[in-house]
Design a protein around this ligand. Sequence first.
Ligand SMILES: Nc1ncnc2c1ncn2[C@@H]1O[C@H](COP(=O)(O)OP(=O)(O)O)[C@@H](O)[C@H]1O
Ligand SMILES: [Mg+2]
Length: 254
Amino acid sequence: MTPFLRLENISKSFGAVRSLHEVSFDLGSNEILGLIGDNGAGKSTLIKILSGVFPPDSGAFSFDGKKVNSRYYSCAQARKFGIETVHQDRSLAEKQSLWRNVFAGRHITNSLGFIRIDLEKAETLKILYDIIELTADGLDPDLPVSVLSGGERQGLAIGRAMYFQSRLVILDEPTTALSLRETEKVLGFIQKIKDAGKSCIFISHNIAQVFAVADRFLIMDRGMVVADILKKDTSLIGLTDRLLSVCQKEIPHA
Ligand SMILES: Nc1ncnc2c1ncn2[C@@H]1O[C@H](COP(=O)(O)OP(=O)(O)O)[C@@H](O)[C@H]1O
Ligand SMILES: [Mg+2]
């Protein structure tokens, strides 16, 4: 069966720093993949390539068996393929209104090409109340994103991905700055992505969080994928031990 996403020998260097070295893996549709590894392992570099921020130096990737020409690939193109990336802090424009954040670059227009602002505002409220189930009353879509808490912002970014029917939602450390309760909410959103039949790549330092929601784990170390483990074949302790053994190899004299 053709995988939803296939990466083949993706490499990327920044000057003398080799960030990725021949990374290959497949991702199935409706699979939640936990991407783990120490700081500097190459996780963010990998997802930036997938989300069109920059191309790899070499290697290829394909969606539904169709090879992507990475030279012409961009963030806009990635969205057209149904890939939505939620970065830790930079996914939303803080000072801009809620509705503009949802529809920036993807406006709903009428037959004359004018933006249907009222409809966009109404759809924004639907995302806030129906998809991410905010409980605050009387939210105005004209308010700036800065009125939302950290967890609600991640929720809006994820809700936007769900609204646009993204097939793959990539979350790069979405819970790092969040309270426990907000973190629980974000983990709940990942479950919703799974229930909606979509795929997700979830990056986090918190292995217990990754373990709770992912179907499969990739461990990265110094630019390479060093382990690919199904949840059914491991336990939280087993996965933690595996990650620690990788990290310890990095400090031979410790
Ligand atoms: N734009 C860049 N310029 C130079 N080096 C970079 C750049 N982006 C990442 N790197 C380097 O690539 C390596 C992998 O970084 P990154 O992908 O951010 O790791 P992770 O997300 O796993 O912490 C690090 O050594 C980092 O310093
Ligand atoms: Mg990172």
